[in-house]
Design a binder for this molecule. Structure first.
Ligand code: IVH
Length: 311
């Protein structure tokens, strides 16, 4: 047993490191077969010695027991939606309103608008403790056990911070195609699109099923954080990456609305090549002090807008 304990610790370190490179950085260090071998060795020892299991072992990714129902979770900071822009003119109008309110020092961050399911992830002292759906923006559902099966969601962060982060869970296009092929073969009803497939996978009560769906996730915002000063949204994204979160690399800081418009036009063409679906571009005022000054309307922030691709 003493040997088993030592081996389990070794294997966890290996599987965590390889998993991080594979699922978070998208830069595998070893082949899938090698990774699976380590993972299964770990799983085997933990099955043989159940007292060696821990809450944050990478093996929790296979999913625990089915739940009777989802609990409700209140979002202390509401999860809002965004206003829309459908054209370059709409973007120029957005920029004009922003400049009127906060002046010309404004900068923007442009990000891909991932077409999945908005989620909130709570970490206490660096440990993943709760994950929830957006719900109506104020009350969501506790889907922690399903989210633990998403390998891109860290169970432990690189710093012992207490933080709530927001992101988008989604089903990659190849996983979606495989899933629908399997549904076709078994005569089950297919999912209409990756978004519905992701939502369906996370809204069912059996984490083992969620685990088989190969979902992924990008984080795009800090909801709240204790004991850290951050000046800008782009700095927040860099920090999320440092903590071990998966952050989309295509985001871009822009000084002018012309640059923003150019970015949106570029992605109208390039989106077909991505391994995941996007339905637009999110444009955010980068400086947090200016975001605060701009504030919110009843439903959405004045400091951000979503450019929607033409259908
Ligand atoms: S920011 C307060 N950034 O789009 C604004 N949202 O209506 C918070 N989404 O349900 C949203 N990718 O889940 C933001 N890079 C991104 C996003 C993104 C996808 C989703 C989000 C929300 C909807 C906005």
């Amino acid at each position: 047993r003493q040997d088993a304990k030592k081996r389990v610790e070794e294997l966890r370190a290996i599987v965590e490191e390889y998993g991080y490179h594979y699922y978070v950085l998208d830069q595998p260090l070893v082949s899938d077969a090698e990774y699976d071998q380590f993972f299964h060795e770990l799983l085997k020892i933990e099955t043989e010695f159940p007292d060696l299991r821990t809450e944050d072992s990478p093996t929790v990714r296979v999913g625990g027991e089915p739940l009777p129902h989802f609990k409700k979770v209140e979002h202390r900071i509401p999860m809002l939606s965004l206003g829309n822009a459908f054209s370059a003119d709409d973007l120029s109008d957005f920029d004009r309103r922003v400049r009127q309110l906060v002046g010309d020092s404004v900068r923007y961050t442009c990000e891909l608008k991932i077409d999945g399911l908005a989620i909130s992830l709570q970490y206490e002292e660096g440990r993943f403790v709760r994950g929830a759906t957006r719900g109506d923006g104020t009350i969501g559902e506790d889907i922690t056990e399903n989210l633990k099966t998403i390998a891109a969601i860290p169970l432990k962060l690189k710093e012992a911070v207490t933080i709530e982060v927001r992101g988008e869970a989604y089903m990659p296009k190849p996983s979606f195609e495989k899933l629908n092929e399997a549904k076709e073969k078994s005569g089950d009803e297919k999912f209409a699109n990756p978004r519905n497939a992701a939502a369906g996978s996370l809204r069912q009560l059996d984490p083992k099923l969620a685990s088989k769906r190969n979902l992924s996730m990008f984080t795009y915002a800090i909801g709240s954080i204790e004991g850290k000063e951050i000046q800008s949204h782009s700095e927040g994204l860099d920090y999320l990456q440092e903590l071990g979160f998966r952050v989309n690399r295509e985001s871009k800081r822009c000084e002018t609305i012309e640059e923003v418009i150019h970015y949106t036009e570029e992605w109208v063409e390039k989106r077909a090549d991505l391994p995941y679906e996007i339905d637009g571009i999110v444009i955010k005022v980068d400086q947090l002090a200016l975001q605060e000054k701009l504030g919110f309307t009843a439903k959405s922030p004045r400091w951000a807008t979503a450019f929607k691709f033409p259908a």
